[in-house]
Design a protein around this ligand. Sequence first.
Ligand code: GLU
Length: 549
Amino acid sequence: MLDRAVIDALFPVDLPEPDHWEQRYPPREVPDGAQITRFGPSPTGYVHIGNIYVAMIDQNVAHRTGGAYLVRVEDTDQARVVDGAVELLQRAFDFFGIRADEDDTNGGYGPYHQSQRETIYLTYARQLLREGKAYLCFATADELADIRKRQEAAKLPTGYYGTWAVWRDADPADVQAKLDEGAPYVVRFRSPDTLKPRAEFTDAIRGPLSAEDNRNDAVILKSSANPLRLPTYHFAHAVDDHLMRVNLVIRGDEWISSVPLHLQLFDALGFTPPTYAHIAPLMKQISGGKRKLSKRKDPEAGVEFYISAGYPTEAVLYYLRGLANGRLAELPLPEALEAPIRLEDCGVAGPLVDLVKLEDISADHIATLSGEQILTALRQWAATYDLDLLPVLEDDSARALAALAVEREGVENPRKDLRKWSDFRTACGFFFPQLFTLVTADDERLSGLKLTPEVIRAFASDFAAKYQELDDPQEWFNQIRALAGDHGFAPNAKEFKKNPETYPNGSIREASQIVRVALTGSTRSPDLFAVTRALGTDEVLRRIHSLTA
Ligand code: GLU
């Protein structure tokens, strides 16, 4: 073991002792059973939908137990830190309304950026060195690569342990010689000399678990050659979660295998370990099975996908809650958003993210909103994602409301063609003269009707001449029926089937389709009478006239 003087000389002279931090960050005064949770994003410039999923669970569990939810930016891997990444995270959390109770803007247990907690980590690294629970390791990258190669060749577990760990019990004189040379070093945790037969712990989601105990001497403080002496994830986790008085660590299940090491670290530091809850990752169905939703392969893995497409926040949150706790998917949205998320109800197999299901949920949700509510959300979305649509909505909000009312207001089964705000142009864009491209008789969009442009022109000009804005839908339609009769269309499909040769242009179906395509640009649309009411007669006639040109 190194002399205390040698160890202390490696650290700033005024580095506080552990007691200082213990007093600076006292245990929290919270009710019994209150859970203090945290989310620890790495600021890599990408926000995964799984981040929102976990943060949502963190916040819910903390709030319903009278605890607190904090966000700690895990930026110890400085090479991966991207400018603006924290803002991006903030934007995503804001969008989903998942605000931290504590972060750098507010909270007594900060700083909440790991890169600003260097002094704290140094205190505890020095402490472990002084107690012989950590040691300096001068192994170079080449030496470590060589160890790894030999372990792989011998089919042994890779790592720095046992006889491979040459600096674990190094002669203090050799250490001193390296220090005198100015050789860079890392600080490694000295895994306990006597290991437990198995490391055992209880996961709040998975119940009792056990694993082979850790015998790897993990790096806890990265290279002394770095300008900032930052810790590895493992060490920062133990120090931060202890000092921030976090008692429930909810995190991805890729960390389960690190729990034995983490328990050893908490023990060596004299800290009480938190309860762990390891969340299964969000999955995607692929042919022949499922795999983790992938940042590289799946656009829907990124939160930007949901925000830019304009899925309503509530719909996405409701969907995510249902993935976390299946029973919440059975409840109506407003109740599900209020109901607690229970860790014990989280599955151990990763739930599948199914966009078709999300779209259904979203369409159902939008169908419950008023025109005003939709317009407000739509405007907010368009202000970032559809700058051409925004002024149209601003200038013509009466028309937008009229369009949104068609087959939605006062009907039993409202239309569900809005699944996200970016559907608005397709579903309702035709109501706006600014967004509509007039249809001419030889337009592609009419080609499916198999009518000559002459027939269409003649029908349209007669329509324009005789058109009446009528209040009764049946009467309104009768005028089209009469007009269709005048132009050789069968009055109904049955009649057409009986005598197809009498009606070379088809039936009332084709005649109505001429009107539908002229007014909406599409062969499928909401009820035509309702459409004409929302468009207004002038606009109806302008569109019909275009067929005659
Ligand atoms: N920064 C870690 C990550 O991005 C957080 C893991 C944890 O929550 O402990 O995976």
